[in-house]
Design a protein around this ligand. Structure first.
Ligand code: MN
Length: 388
């Protein structure tokens, strides 16, 4: 159950807005240090994303290596019905690599911030325009569909980006992208940027957001409200540094808070999250929103007693919504309601004094160990029942 203040704050906002979530777990997600997906893993993840309703899958960056190109080609050949995308620098060789892999759409990008132009490309703004122009013209010649993004948009000159975007539209770009490459934007600055880019664009606008300051989801919601029609996500938010806009967090937040229509089956999110965590060998933090191990776990006596009566007292969403499961943890903070619930689950009956004894032992054991396992609990119950 959500806050009624949300609706007040959204006055005038129409729910049902179509938003494309184009998932880049297999590209930006894989750029997370230490993560490398095999072809088989990429295929399995792509299939799971499709099954969860993701309709645009960025399969990789074909120019990275022959093996990467082969994996991208395999994903493009899956024929799941989803469009496959691949990253493409403003170079003819990258365009060729995308064509060779058989992807549906190349994500052509050029960095536009002065810091990237000076220290990465070591070229002028004019030269970067030529590079982008050359790559997009060439993609057109090769019959490859493409989108165009300005890298590091949140630190770039607005006029410069607008003129590049205009050129990209003229050359046939299907979408115009803004990127918060180092995750330094705020919801307010994203609203300003996306609003201006949308006002100057004839094509749908996308946003690719990083989470360096923990604002990716807030920035994504702001981007949607400002007119963005597509958002890049990764499962579990994996990616460079602090990672990307997390698919599971954004799918739930945008649907529940903004009424966005993205077509994702929320009940698949937990299983997709576990699949990617295993493949990436990145353990999901227990307090990770939506999919972390603690999201539907309750220990504190006050919370357990209330949740047993009405789960929405201490849960904003139901575990079933996202394919998760509620669990109760026994430990230092346990109260009598949890003890009675556990006993009731096996139709065990103890006297009030025995129940209090069990509670005291659970709490003291939890204090030492952090938590009490179910097995330990029943051992304590047997002890108390026997008067020990
Ligand atoms: Mn990125």
């Amino acid at each position: 159950m959500l806050s009624p203040f949300n609706d007040l704050a959204l006055k005038g906002w129409k729910s049902g807005k179509k938003v494309v979530l184009y998932d880049t777990t297999l590209r930006d997600g894989e750029q997370m240090p230490g993560v490398s997906f095999s072809k088989a893993q990429k295929l399995r993840i792509a299939q799971a994303l499709c099954d969860a309703g993701v309709k645009h899958i960025e399969a990789g960056f074909p120019a990275v290596s022959k093996r990467e190109a082969a994996a991208v080609k395999a994903v493009a050949g899956l024929r799941t019905g989803a469009e496959t995308l691949a990253l493409c620098r403003a170079r003819k060789g990258d365009v060729d690599a995308c064509v060779d892999c058989g992807v549906d759409i190349a994500l052509i990008f050029i960095a536009t911030s002065d810091i990237h132009l000076e220290h990465k490309y070591k070229c002028s703004r004019e030269r970067a325009v030529e590079m982008a122009l050359g790559a997009m013209e060439y993609a057109g010649e090769r019959g490859l569909r493409f989108t165009f993004s300005t890298e590091d948009s949140t630190r770039s000159d607005m006029g410069y980006m607008l003129s590049l975007n205009k050129m990209a539209e003229r050359l046939g770009a299907e979408r115009i992208g803004i990127t918060d490459t180092v995750g330094c934007a705020t919801p307010e600055s994203v609203a300003h940027l996306v609003g201006k880019i949308c006002a100057g664009a004839k094509r749908p606008v996308s946003a690719h957001l990083h989470n360096d300051l923990g604002l990716a989801v807030a920035n994504g919601l702001s981007a949607v409200r400002a007119g963005a029609a597509a958002l890049a996500t990764t499962v579990n938010g994996i990616g460079e540094r602090a990672g990307n806009l997390p698919l599971e967090e954004f799918a739930v937040a945008s649907e529940l808070l903004l009424g966005a229509d993205h077509g994702i089956d929320l009940s698949k999110l937990t299983s997709v999250s576990r699949l990617v965590a295993r493949a990436a060998r990145i353990e999901t933090p227990r307090n990770k929103p939506i999919v972390g191990g603690n999201i539907f776990a309750h220990e504190s006596g006050i919370h357990v007693a209330a949740v047993l009566n009405e789960p929405f007292t201490y849960e904003p969403i139901s575990p079933e919504l996202v394919g998760g499961a509620r669990r109760f943890v026994l430990g230092k903070h346990t109260g009598i309601a949890a003890i009675r619930m556990m006993l009731g689950s096996k139709k065990e009956r103890l006297t009030g004094a025995q129940e209090r004894k069990v509670l005291a032992r659970v709490k003291s054991r939890g204090e030492g160990n952090g938590s009490v396992t179910v097995k330990e609990f029943w051992r304590i119950v047997r002890g108390a029942g026997n008067g020990r």
